[in-house]
Design a protein around this ligand. Sequence first.
Ligand code: ATP
Ligand code: MG
Length: 319
Amino acid sequence: MFASPAETLAGLQSSGYFTDIKVATAVFLAGSVHRPILLEGPAGAGKTELAQSVARASAVPLLRLQCYQGIDEEKAIGQYDRSLQELYVLLMSRSIQTPDWAQIKREITSRAYFMAGPLLDAIEQEEPCVLLIDEIDKVDYAFEAMLLELLSVWTLSIPRMGTVRATSIPLVFLTSNQERRLGDPLRRRCFYLVVEHPNAEREAAIVARRTPHVDPATHRFIAGLARSLRAYTLEKPPSISEMNDVAMAMELLDLDRILPAHKEIMLPLIAKTEGDRKRLLMKEVFESIVRMAAKYAEQITQDSPDEDVRVLAGSEIGQ
Ligand SMILES: Nc1ncnc2c1ncn2[C@@H]1O[C@H](COP(=O)(O)OP(=O)(O)OP(=O)(O)O)[C@@H](O)[C@H]1O
Ligand SMILES: [Mg+2]
């Protein structure tokens, strides 16, 4: 999909995903040697968005399997089209005096009578696509075990039809919020990335992309606010998506700074549990968070490339 780690990083950035050379290298290698990537990390840190951005950057289709408790193979792989099967049996039994039932059975369990789910669809694409298996930690062990065949030998076993081999091997992303620990057999088949909250420079760039008409100093303030909030003990520290909301709110309300007086307006956007809301409602807490945000914002240098860009520029890895 990409020719080098540097091209991967640049492609992701131009499709709106800001990350570092380590993540870009893992994506490049996974695409080159056909390994799935398991992404773990806090909610809103950019796991799903990474898969979507890889598809956008390489201009390939994104197929998505949204996992949930109780999901079964039919939802993931697909199922026979029962009404079409019945219709065929009816037609055969009416039009032929002595139907060949073995032949009819073979016919109605062939690929033509099977409606593909996202997994089958992904391996039947003419060109490799991106397959996102989102929130894999919600599935049970049986479903996880079913995925092992796909992710190691790139085949799927379909009842009565047999084994379907991949026409093209997708670049697979599995995401998890670690609600359940995934098994080691699945882990060993994947490259593993922890998607963390970004550093302040990158967070300012991400927020700037969403609100391009807002002053860069405000973007730096928002990145400082994110750092300040995450340094404070919260049950649910804000992620990039909350900071994007703050940026949009500041734009709509025409604010270039958040002052202690804006506490009540900002709390629904940044405090997401009752406990966090109570904590941030305390006057001195919110005041000190806003003060620290301004201090952190001053430390963000506008023009200096962050560490990962320097690594890329000075090493052969990016060439
Ligand atoms: N590195 C990034 N570059 C640009 N935007 C980002 C980045 N990371 C996250 N975002 C933004 O944050 C939003 C939330 O990201 P995403 O949905 O990928 O989080 P997630 O890790 O999948 O969360 P969850 O575990 O709740 O599903 C995205 O819609 C995107 O706008
Ligand atoms: Mg997600």
